[in-house]
Write a protein that binds this ligand. Structure first.
Ligand SMILES: [Zn+2]
Length: 245
């Protein structure tokens, strides 16, 4: 780290739990973000500003007018552009010293390779099909998964390390049968709810690479933004889960 880096990250370095060593760990880390929408927007910006050295951002979609209400990394002039290109520009404007890799086509063939490059995966996708595939790759590559979902006034967050003994994976919580996608296209969402949950994803991802505090493994945190209540429940490993057993 040079003098500019020490100044840029000074408010983190002065935290005794982080220090110069912890900041260097962040600078040396790689995180994969699945989606740069409502969740991926705030998490990408915070991870960039905090100095995560390499962000790999994946999204096939282009920016639409109806995205701008909550997908805060994208601006009005970005409408029609690929979300990963729009996000990369903003991320590098915040912090030009990090590396950003963009992926427009994440599929069954390359997903495992990208997950293997990451120290942590943040899933900010909006459908069960993607979440199941990302979970399977994370279990296979032994990569921690920070999973979040938002809808209406509600948010959920958990960290999955299904490759560890007695730790559940995402599919221990949600079976492939009987779960229909509920997304904000049909159900709506209040903008800051996405901001809260994306920020919490970034927080947990940083704590995982720094091995700090409570990691939220084996627990599902649920937020009701209307009552502003946070509660969490224990999640158990499903002994019949075909992914993590
Ligand atoms: Zn499982």
């Amino acid at each position: 780290m040079n003098d500019q880096d020490l100044l840029r990250y000074s408010r983190q370095i002065m935290l005794p739990q982080i220090g110069i060593e912890g900041q260097q760990v962040l600078l040396d880390s790689t995180m994969l973000l699945i989606g740069v929408g409502g969740l991926g927007s705030p998490s990408a910006m915070y991870l960039a500003s905090a100095g995560v050295g390499h962000l790999i951002i994946a999204d096939f979609d282009k920016v639409e007018l109806s995205n701008l209400q909550r997908q805060i990394v994208h601006h009005t002039k970005d409408i029609g552009q690929f979300k990963v290109d729009s996000a990369k520009r903003k991320i590098l404007a915040i912090n030009p010293n990090i590396k950003v890799t963009t992926i427009k086509a994440l599929n069954q063939d390359n997903l495992g390779d990208w997950v293997a490059k990451a120290d942590v995966v943040l899933d900010g996708s909006d459908n069960f099909d993607t979440r199941f595939k990302v979970n399977q790759s994370c279990v296979g590559e032994k990569t921690p998964l920070v999973s979040a979902a938002v809808i209406r006034f509600e948010g959920q967050l958990s960290v999955f390390k299904g490759y560890e003994l007695n730790q559940p994976c995402y599919q221990c919580l949600y079976s492939k049968e009987g779960n229909n996608d509920e997304n904000c296209v049909e159900n709506g969402i209040l903008a800051p709810v996405a901001g809260i949950m994306g920020s919490l994803q970034a927080l947990q991802a940083i704590k995982i690479v720094l091995n700090l505090g409570s990691q939220l493994t084996g627990r599902l945190m649920m937020i009701d933004a209307m009552d502003l209540t946070f509660r969490d429940i224990k999640i158990s490993k499903d002994e019949s889960c075909t992914i993590c057993n």
